[in-house]
Design a protein around this ligand. Structure first.
Ligand SMILES: *[C@@H]1O[C@H](CO)[C@@H](O)[C@H](O)[C@H]1NC(C)=O
Ligand SMILES: *[C@@H]1O[C@H](CO)[C@@H](O)[C@H](O)[C@H]1NC(C)=O
Ligand SMILES: *[C@@H]1O[C@H](CO)[C@@H](O)[C@H](O)[C@H]1NC(C)=O
Length: 401
């Protein structure tokens, strides 16, 4: 039977429980309960207004580590004493300006999009349209244009996205290049990332199938991007909509987190306090059940979504597989059951031909299950997750030598 105290006590990590077979029964009911929460229709889940992904290009992704280092450190506003110092591995402090690095007026935008020609459209959503355009210097950019129907609402959304993006500068996060609010137009411009979304690659609709090494590196990039948002950006940012189509891939198969339309400022890194929101936002299947239940938001909600994403990266399965039978429909529940039964190799994305060392797979699954644990206290911080993935990657590279 379920020992409720045991289940709820913060330090009973899912990791330890997983490794300790006799305790497995304690976790399974928790997972089942969690899955019921995911599916429970009584929580009002609001579909996101922005349904299109910003595609942006990464001209300097390979050399960006060194590029970033050379940027001068501008002044850093002291945050809460609890916030961590900027880590040199994670970018320079952001400049707090809403206008990004390109200066472009409406006439020029009209020109480079050929008056918002349909031939330049790369995405469309409820909020408006995304165009791909080329600057005079040759760079490609993505331009999100608020549609006219719900203009004021969409403008507020884009404006808040631009405000947040202006505060961040990291190799693993899509970069804001400009924001324009003029008369009846509201536009947000970001770098254009050429290689589509992670989900497209998992679906095999881009050239080639992601190799295991790519998958690990993508997961690490996302973990680094989220770590930056959670602890190194000037103000703590919670993304709230980490999913596989909001992760964009560059030519060199590095990942960038995009779509900050729902992102919100956290209070401080003081984990006792949490942001209280009025409406649950995010993508069904990735939303933290604790957030759904309590409307309280912390960085641990992004950790949950990341855990779901990590399972998706390794297995290729969507968080909710609508067309599968009942017991397979909720991927987290199904994977957990299979994993518990010891079937690890067969859970790996069948499109991937490479046979990966079982121990490596086990470690990734355990990490993902920890991230998606029912309680906040059981989920590791993104920084720890990134470090663990990095260690797993090193050991993986040793196994293939
Ligand atoms: C990710 O989120 C966006 C915006 O909310 C949505 O349009 C998209 O369908 C989601 N992707 C997946 C794979 O669920
Ligand atoms: C995208 O990634 C694939 C590898 O999956 C690569 O072959 C291709 O050249 C990349 N670029 C584009 C533009 O598709
Ligand atoms: C699910 O099944 C429906 C009808 O058979 C099909 O149109 C749809 O594409 C399927 N969805 C997925 C994700 O496979």
């Amino acid at each position: 039977m379920v020992d409720a105290n045991n289940q709820l006590s913060g330090n009973k990590g899912i990791h330890r429980t997983l490794l300790n077979r006799k305790n497995v029964a304690v976790v399974v009911p928790g997972m089942l309960a969690l899955c019921c929460v995911i599916l429970c229709p009584c929580f009002y889940w609001k579909r996101k207004e922005t349904t299109t992904v910003v595609l942006a290009k990464d001209p300097d992704s390979v050399g960006s580590l060194t590029t970033r280092k050379s940027k001068s450190a501008t002044k850093k506003t002291p945050g809460s004493p609890l916030r961590e110092k900027p880590n040199p591995r994670f970018s320079s402090p952001p400049r707090l300006t809403k206008v990004g690095s390109i200066h472009i007026n409406l006439d020029q935008v009209v020109k480079i999009t050929r008056n918002f020609s349909p031939s330049m459209v790369i995405g469309e959503g409820e909020f408006g349209t995304v165009y791909k355009a080329q600057l005079e210097d040759g760079r490609f950019i993505a331009i999100k244009r608020a549609n006219k129907e719900h203009f004021e609402r969409v403008k507020a959304l884009l404006s808040s996205e631009a405000d947040l993006l202006a505060k961040i500068d990291h190799r693993c996060l899509v970069k804001l290049l400009g924001y324009l609010d003029e008369g009846s137009e509201c536009l947000i411009m970001t770098e254009y990332i050429s290689n589509g979304t992670l989900r497209e690659h998992l679906d095999g609709i881009r050239n080639g199938i992601l190799e295991f090494k790519n998958r690990l590196e993508i997961a690490i990039d996302v973990a680094h991007g989220l770590t930056y948002l959670h602890i190194y950006s000037e103000k703590q940012i919670i993304h709230r909509d980490v999913n596989s189509s909001n992760i964009l891939l560059t030519d060199s198969m590095r990942a960038k987190v995009a779509d900050f339309g729902f992102a919100t400022l956290g209070t401080t890194s003081d984990s006792d306090k949490s942001h209280v929101s009025t409406k649950v936002k995010g993508t069904l299947g990735y939303i933290d059940p604790v957030y759904m239940k309590t409307l309280q938001l912390t960085t641990k909600s992004d950790v949950y979504s990341f855990g779901i994403l990590l399972l998706e990266i390794i297995t290729g399965r969507r968080p909710l597989e609508q067309n599968k039978s009942d017991h397979e429909r909720v991927t987290l529940r199904w994977l957990f059951k299979k994993f518990d039964e010891g079937n690890v190799e067969e859970l790996v994305d069948p499109m991937m031909k490479e046979v990966v060392d079982r121990e490596i797979l086990v470690r990734i699954f355990i990490l993902a299950f920890q991230c998606a644990a029912p309680e906040w206290s059981e989920r590791p911080d993104m920084k720890i997750v990134g470090e663990q993935l990095w260690a797993i990657r090193m050991d993986y590279l040793n196994t293939v030598k």
